[in-house]
Design a protein around this ligand. Sequence first.
Ligand code: CA2
Length: 150
Amino acid sequence: MSETTTGSILVLNGPNLNLLGIREPQTYGRETLADVEALCRTAAAKAGYEVEFLQSNHEGVLIDAIHAARTTMVGIVINPGAFTHTSVALADAVSGVQLPVIEVHISNVHQREAFRHHSYISAVAASVIVGAGTNGYVLGVEQLIHLVGR
Ligand code: CA2
């Protein structure tokens, strides 16, 4: 970490979010995951934070990244994708690392199918942001910085 940076924020994205901006623009918008990464880096840099950005379609990779963050990151912004609604293991990883975690969903999951209304992650997240489009990631980074200071 350089003298001008305050710490690092992990921004995690779960399955299929690599397709952002490429498919289903009516639900998820036209911005790509690279655009989201740039938005997160800009928001974090305003407060002197760096961003580590990772997308994976594999539950274990996401869990390993959460574990590794315990000693290297100030907190996590995560869009767990469909694992939101299925993964006790991901929720256990989040509660296990004892870092502030902000859960983000691009779409308003509460306006969608009933199976998207429950999140295993929300019970262990510090904050939850839904339905703000890709700006939800910016709000997530800002909220995390608000919680950890600066
Ligand atoms: O609204 C969100 O951010 C979601 O986390 C997105 C997940 C969905 O399973 C959750 O219920 C809500 C799906 C991510 C898939 O992303 C795609 C993006 C473009 C095209 C196809 C899938």
